[in-house]
Design a protein. Structure first.
Length: 149
C-alpha cells in the first residue's frame, strides 16, 4: 500500500472534517501513481454540476506510455454519493471553508483513494504559532531523551 501525504496542507489549513473518496483515473495515471510520480502542491476540490472535481493534481506522464498518455494537469472527478456531496456543499458554502486533498493512497483492493478534508485557512500568525509549538515539543523531547539516557 502506497501513501502520499499533502504535508503543506497541515501547515496552511485547520482540518474540520475528513472523508474518503474514490477518483476516476486513466490507465497511465494509475501506473504513474504506483511509481510515485504525483504532486498535489496547490490542489483543491470544487463543485461543478452537482459533482466534485479535483483541480491542480499533477500526475506525471507515464514513461512507457504511448500516444495514449494522459494530460498531467487535467481535472479529475471524485466519486461520492449525492447525499455526501450535498452535505459537503453546505459546509463549503460557509465562509472560509474549502476542500483539500489531505492524502492519496492505494487501498488493499488496488484502488486509488483520496482523503478529502473540509479545511479552513490559517492566518500568518496561526502558522507561526504552530511552528513555535512544534519547536517547543521537539525541545522537550530532546531534554527528556537526555535525562533518560
Amino acid at each position: 500500500m502506497r501513501n502520499f501525504k499533502n504535508r503543506k496542507a497541515s501547515h496552511n489549513y485547520y482540518f474540520v472534517e475528513e472523508l474518503e473518496t474514490g477518483i476516476v483515473l486513466k490507465g497511465t495515471e494509475i501506473k504513474s501513481i504506483r511509481s510515485g510520480r504525483l504532486n498535489f502542491k496547490d490542489s483543491y476540490a470544487y463543485f461543478e454540476n452537482d459533482e466534485i472535481w479535483l483541480y491542480n493534481l499533477h500526475i506525471s506522464q507515464y514513461e512507457q506510455g504511448s500516444f495514449n498518455n494522459h494530460d498531467p494537469d487535467r481535472k479529475r472527478k471524485l466519486l461520492l454519493h449525492r447525499k455526501e456531496i450535498r452535505k459537503l456543499m453546505k459546509k463549503v458554502e460557509e465562509k472560509g471553508f474549502t476542500l483539500i486533498p489531505k492524502e492519496i493512497y492505494i487501498n488493499e483492493k488496488g484502488f486509488v483513494k483520496v482523503n478529502l478534508a473540509v479545511a479552513r485557512g490559517k492566518r500568518q500568525y496561526d502558522k507561526r504559532e504552530t511552528i513555535q509549538k512544534k519547536d517547543e515539543m521537539r525541545d522537550m523531547e530532546r531534554k527528556m531523551k537526555l535525562n533518560l539516557g
